[in-house]
Design a protein. Structure first.
Length: 214
């Protein structure tokens, strides 16, 4: 596993049908914001955004429909998003802060972008056309911003990252979060790996389908 490169790089991704695309344009290391995820001011080292993580909390598990969520905590200022008005149209890239306007998205159901208010100050974002959940945000009213001095962030689900980017040797989560409320056997699987738990690899099934099709 390699750390995130110190030079500038980009992470691309989107939903299954392609109606929503995103691009995280990460600056050089010295210009990246420190991660605000710190417990009681604990020293976790010089960890900056974006931070790649595995989360065991109940909310991330249920919203992503996966037993565990791998995510990217991204600085909102580095995130650009494009939402296609129609399948044949070209996407218009915009800053994420303008795209993820919860009130505007709730009022306009004609676009692919949709939002679900999972709590009064937290929102889950997904594609209305194909149903792909791809991100999570905290509303401006949350104390994380005013009281805890967090920068505006957007957590992207790593399952929506383009495979070409996922295959980079540094695209590996380097933190496990909210482990205490996690399901015991899932925590064990992530911590020790499937080989240590004795899970055999199932033979590949020969089916008439290209593996790179969505």
């Amino acid at each position: 596993m390699a750390p995130l490169p110190p030079e500038a790089f980009t992470i691309n991704g989107g939903c299954n049908c392609g109606a929503i695309r995103y691009s995280v344009k990460v600056p050089v290391h010295s210009e990246r914001k420190p991660t605000p995820y710190r417990a009681n001011d604990a020293d976790i080292g010089d960890i900056r955004l974006p931070m790649l993580f595995i989360c065991h909390c109940n909310g991330c598990r249920s919203s992503s429909s996966g037993i565990v969520l791998a995510g990217i905590a991204a600085d909102m200022e580095t995130l650009e998003v494009a939402v296609k008005p129609t399948a044949a149209s070209e996407p218009a890239w915009m800053p994420a802060s303008e795209v993820f306007d919860k009130e505007a998205v709730l009022a306009d159901t004609s676009t692919a972008l949709a939002v679900y208010e999972s709590s009064p100050t937290k929102s889950r974002w997904f594609c209305r056309r194909c149903g792909t959940p791809f991100g999570y945000s905290i509303d401006a009213e949350h104390p994380a911003y005013a009281e805890w001095k967090w920068p505006p962030m957007f957590d992207l689900y790593m399952g929506t990252v383009d495979r070409a980017d996922l295959e980079r040797d540094w695209m590996v989560p380097d933190r496990r979060m909210w482990c205490e409320p996690g399901v015991p056997w899932i925590r064990k699987l992530i911590a020790e790996g499937s080989d240590a738990m004795g899970l055999p690899s199932h033979p590949t099934i020969d089916i008439a389908q290209k593996w790179d099709e969505p």
